[in-house]
Design a protein. Structure first.
Length: 216
């Protein structure tokens, strides 16, 4: 019987009378995993840019549009609508010196726009990359100051830990010393408290009687 029901449900889904529910696309997962990188090439080279995406399940279509980004703003490049953009010598957008290229990526779910991304404006420059900055060697005085700073931070941390330990010990000692003392004071004062509770109402009653007789 169960097998027959399973076969009937399969036929219903296949015929399209009943479609299973599909989970919505998690558009927060639509991200650029790897941005296009800056490229430095000698004159005559071809620049190639391509971002790496993470596309969540449920996305049905992705559209690309590459842009030329310059000092005056950005402009769409005609025909540059693929995931990979190449710029070769002779192309109208080939840089005379340097230019940047960026891409707007749009993802669709069943024809409806769901997510949009803008990539890093990668640099395309003719020539060699700039030299790596050379780190200046520190002077003897700077090295000594760095060492003293490390030592000072270590001393502060050590004394902070020791201070916290001794603070805890002092608190426990105070509790152990003053708790019995407070108990003894309470026991010593107990008779006086009891006496006051008994004698106080009696004295008040006598005073009230005297005032009543004098008033009469």
């Amino acid at each position: 019987m169960k097998r027959l029901v399973s076969i009937l449900l399969t036929l219903i889904f296949a015929l399209g009378f009943l479609s299973p529910a599909t989970a919505a696309v998690n558009w927060e997962q639509f991200i650029v995993v790897e941005q296009p990188r800056d490229q430095y090439l000698p004159d005559g080279g071809t620049f190639t840019f391509s971002p790496v995406l993470y596309v969540p399940a449920g996305v049905t279509d992705i559209a690309y549009q590459w842009y030329r980004v310059g000092p005056g703003g950005s402009s769409a490049i005609e025909g540059a609508t693929g995931p990979v953009f190449t710029c070769a010598p002779g192309d109208p957008d080939y840089p005379a010196d340097s230019i940047r290229f960026s891409c707007v990526i749009q993802a669709y779910e069943n024809g409806e726009l769901g997510g949009s991304l803008l990539t890093y404006a990668a640099l395309a420059q003719i020539g060699d990359p700039p030299p790596e900055p050379v780190e200046r060697e520190k002077t003897f005085r700077e090295r000594m100051m760095d060492s003293l700073g490390y030592i000072w931070e270590w001393v502060k941390g050590a004394f902070g830990s020791i201070g916290g330990f001794f603070g805890s010990v002092v608190n426990w000692v105070l509790v152990l010393v003053f708790a019995p003392l407070e108990l003894l004071i309470g026991l010593a004062a107990a008779p006086f408290v009891i006496c006051a509770l008994i004698v106080g109402p009696v004295i008040l009653a006598v005073v009230l009687v005297i005032m009543t007789l004098l008033g009469g």
